[in-house]
Each structure stands twice: as C-alpha cells, then as structure tokens.
Design a protein around this ligand. Structure first.
Ligand code: UDP
Ligand code: MG
Length: 187
C-alpha cells in the first residue's frame, strides 16, 4: 500500500458500467472491459448476472414515464449482463465519454457506442450519469457508510437513506486492492 500515491477517498468516484444483453450476445464483453482497463481505471467489481424485472425497474425508475420504458425493461432482462464497478478520480464523466452518446449513430467514432452499435435501443453498454448515482448503482455507499460514517442521503439531499438500495452489488462482492501499475498512472 502506497498512501502517497492513492487519491483521497473523497476524490475517488465509482461508476457502474454494465455490458447490456446485446453486448454479451455479440461477444463484446472483452472489448468493452479492455477499453476501461487500458484507460487506467481500477476494476473493483465484476460479475455475469441475469437481471430480473424488479431490479431493471428500480435501476431505470427515472425513465418510468417514457414511451420506451417497457421495451427498455424487456431489453435489459432479455439475457445476462456483465456488471462492473470501475473506480478512479473523475471516472464517472470519463466513462460517459468513453461510452459515447445514447444514440450510437450520433456517438463519436472511438467511443464504445460509436464503434460498436447503431441503435439507441441496442446501445451495448450502461454507465452511471453522476458520482451520486455511481455510488447508488454500485452499492459502494454501503461500504463507505460503514467505514467513514458517510451518508449518501445527506449528500443527495433526500434525507432518507432507507429509500436507497444498493442496486447491482452486495456487500462482499467488491474488492479493495491497489493495482501494481498505480505509481505509473498517478504521480
Ligand atoms: N433508450 C431507448 N430509447 C430512447 C432513449 C433511451 O431505448 O429514446 C434506452 C437506451 O438503452 C438508453 C437507456 O434507455 O441507454 C437509458 O436512457 P438514458 O437517457 O439514461 O441514456 P444513457 O444514460 O444510457 O446514455
Ligand atoms: Mg442514463
């Protein structure tokens, strides 16, 4: 452990990255993982998982009123997904850039969606849209709360932690580790 090389806990964000069922079916899992790995972010959680309807609905609850919501739930539950947690300073916004625009036809070449997909309803990958949602979707806030007394409900202003569920990962499924390459990525 090299404390001087590790950014402070507050600076380190988590993002929930998910290879959607089309990405798994099309054999793009390795390709997608590689892009985050090569960038230099740290993988702290990884599993293949068959998402059920209740979880899909909770994950996409902000889109409940949209016309595409029912087909989105069908899509996300149509086969296994690969669930990942990636950590790092600025990882949330950076991952959204690596992923590209929601509509793959508008996504820049070089991005995952820009290179590997054509339709919004088959856009191969998910990434959290804010550090707060990153903690909620990964379940990381549970660990932080335990270790640091940190409370997402205070930060998010909801005032009610009981309304928050750790969505995709449970306690014990995330790994704390220091990659050997850490001093070659962060000065
Ligand atoms: N989606 C869709 N049709 C739309 C907009 C979104 O099928 O018109 C799906 C698509 O899979 C997208 C997901 O709903 O990735 C979530 O939408 P959001 O706007 O949050 O896009 P994202 O954050 O994934 O880029
Ligand atoms: Mg979104």
């Amino acid at each position: 452990f090299l404390p001087h090389l590790v950014a402070s806990l507050e600076q380190v964000e988590q993002t929930y990255i998910m290879v959607k069922p089309d990405g798994v079916q099309r054999g793009l899992v390795g390709e997608i993982i590689s892009r985050f790995e090569r960038k230099g972010f740290k993988l702290t959680g990884l599993k293949l998982f068959q998402c059920h309807k209740e979880l899909a609905e909770e994950h996409y609850k902000d889109l409940k009123t949209k016309s595409f919501y029912p087909t989105l739930i069908d899509y996300i539950t149509s086969g296994p997904v690969v669930c990942m947690v990636w950590e790092g300073v600025g990882v949330v916004a950076s991952a959204r850039k690596l992923i590209g625009s929601t509509n793959p036809l508008q996504a820049e070449p070089g991005t995952i969606r820009g290179d590997l997909a054509v339709q919004t309803g088959r856009n191969v990958v998910h990434g959290s849209d804010s550090p707060e949602n990153g903690k909620r979707e990964t379940g990381r806030f549970l660990l932080l709360k335990e270790k640091k007394g940190w409370d997402l409900s205070v930060e998010s202003g909801t005032g009610d932690l009981s309304s928050l569920a750790a969505l995709w990962f449970k306690e014990g499924e995330l790994c704390e580790w220091t990659p050997a390459q850490a001093p070659w990525l962060m000065e």
